[in-house]
Design a protein around this ligand. Sequence first.
Ligand code: SF4
Ligand code: ZN
Length: 738
Amino acid sequence: MSKLVAFAAIQGGYNVVEEVEGELKKALETYNADTKVEFPNTGYYLPVIYSLLGHKVETLEDLQEPLAFARGLLPAQIKRVNHLPYLGPLLDAGMAALFAYEIKEGIRAVTDPDFYYPSQEDPDVEAGKLWLGPADDVILRKRGVEFVDGTAPGFAAIVGAAPNPEIAKMIVEDYQLKNLYIFCAAGHKGTSVIEQLLEAGVQIGWGTRIVPFGPDISSAIFALGFANRAAMTFGAVEPGDYKKILAYNKNRIFAFVNALGHVGTHWACAAAGCVNWGFPTLADTDIPEILPTGICTYEHVVANVPHDEICQRSVEVRGLKVHVTEIDIPLAFGPAFEGERVRGKDLYAQCGGGKTQCTELCKKAEMKEIEDGKVEIIGPDVTDLKEGDTFPLGVYIQVAGREFQDDFEPILERQIHHLINYIQGIMHIGQRDISWIRISKSAMEKGFTLKDIGVVLHAKFHQDFENILDKVQVTLYTKQKDVDALTKRARGEYKHRDERVENMTDEGEEIYYSCTLCQSFAPNHVCTVSPERTGLCGAYNWMDCKASYEINPTGPNQPIEKGECLDPVLGQWKGINDFVYKASRGNITHYNFYSIVHDPMTTCGCCECIAAMLPSCNGIMTVGRDYMGETPCGMKFTTLAGVMGGGASSPGFVGHSKYNIIQRKFISGDGGLLRMVWMPKILKEELKERLEKRGEELGYPNLYDMIADETVGTTEEEILPFLEKVGHPALSMDPLIG
Ligand code: SF4
Ligand code: ZN
């Protein structure tokens, strides 16, 4: 190992500790000693200090102790004659610097509270809010779990800037392809990787896994704070148990540092500090290397790595095995692109979303009927469109296999959502006949065609469901008449699937099923699916969950013994509560199946409909995804989904499927379907026959005509006279809130 790098790192440790001592002294002269020091919305204080030392920093004064501790860690300066192995003192100096960096950021939270754009997933570039600072606990739970379940193997911490934006983009895209998070801090020569990526048109934010922590090297501490909080949250390591925290990171979190640009003393000490975590540093410049292995899996510091090799080398040095599945499309593919959005100015063309029809259907076929891997486009492709065009789309998947049952169709169909989202530059929302696909300009530039959707579905279905299927054929319809025909047929199929649970009752089953498929978007969200309450996306009913569990016993649908009934009216069971508590990682303690007023079930962004209370009408309304207009609760569907979609249980609102409206237990704890005073016309008409049937069962054969829609009004004041005129039953029911 080189004496020189050891010198730079130890010198750096001294410099940083000294600087921060000065800053703290000044802050204590300016502010009261009991001024609060906190990172936004976290229960982990300053997390590196808290996790390693067990010390809770809450005020400016509290910073003194860890800073004194950092000072004490600084080793004696290396002398020429010293031939001791340098690693020990080097690691201590690095650690001292990192504690000091976290204290520096703590002081900043007091002296410059608006420096970062906290608790946000994406920066607001136009407003100049580029740097997000430390992730709060909501983001930690949502994203950290991916490090645990393997959807993200780890992160690349990049400091500095590449020689130009193209190189920055190339490096980062390599990491995205390997599903790593990219945590960015500091700059070099007046720019930073983040600014370069923006210049190259790359979307940054937690959603694309490119996180702009901060412009200074001290903000690199947020990456380590994130890793240590993951160890405490998901690894149940106690704060203060520094050995376990560091070992957890070394063994479980595949992370490393890429230093782009000149490595001075301030970077060198941070790099040395990271070795304590087992995170090596790879640099693009000629810095002295630390090659012998010891703490890191392989080398500690590697210099002079060419830019087109830095990704591959980093992954090797950190000992990370990545399974990249080659899927033959011109775009990058993987979970890293799932959260990416296609916004207005990036949009090339779209289908569905209320503008055109977009329908998805998966059906079983006979083995000899279909050809494996065949993807056919019937009608014009996106390459025949102009920018800004819309087009109708029918996605028809046929699957054959000796073990394949009809019951599996909806499970495969539900995969379309995340698989299309995995394609870089393509966004998918919804399911069944309310899907919505947005195609970006950059995807078109790279050569995207509709065929790629078929290629992805074929490849991934084989990969993920090899035990139940042998052949997959995909047909994509883009002519209106074909899409209409497929939609008509699909609606018949959906209805048939829904009806399989029609004669079942909640009382008649002891086992309900969980669904946590949506936790990648809504981390606390857990659907519980009972015979009389289908999943809020409409795509999974009780039968579907049962089939999904058969296919994949460790998958997102688990049987739950409902256990003791705690409230038969609102629909609450002990076994369900216990399960939900665990599956939401302690965030949801209980919920009711049959109520919108009292602790309703959680809601995620894929719900088909959202119901809301209308207090002046003593009733409720509901609105589906395909209705764009105003509603009497004062919010459009998109606004409601934005407020509700993160997995919250919000009294007064609840997400549900279309089919659930006509299930017998629909908000039965609050009076049931007779409370329904407003629905958009399109939804009412779709359910007409079944609403009439339910009305009859409830003793109101003309209930259908009593429910107001937008032709009557879109405010409570507008619809109330109508409800009075028709004698709507809600008006004479017990008060909704009482
Ligand atoms: Fe599962 Fe609920 Fe998501 Fe549907 S909405 S996929 S039932 S978690
Ligand atoms: Zn969802």
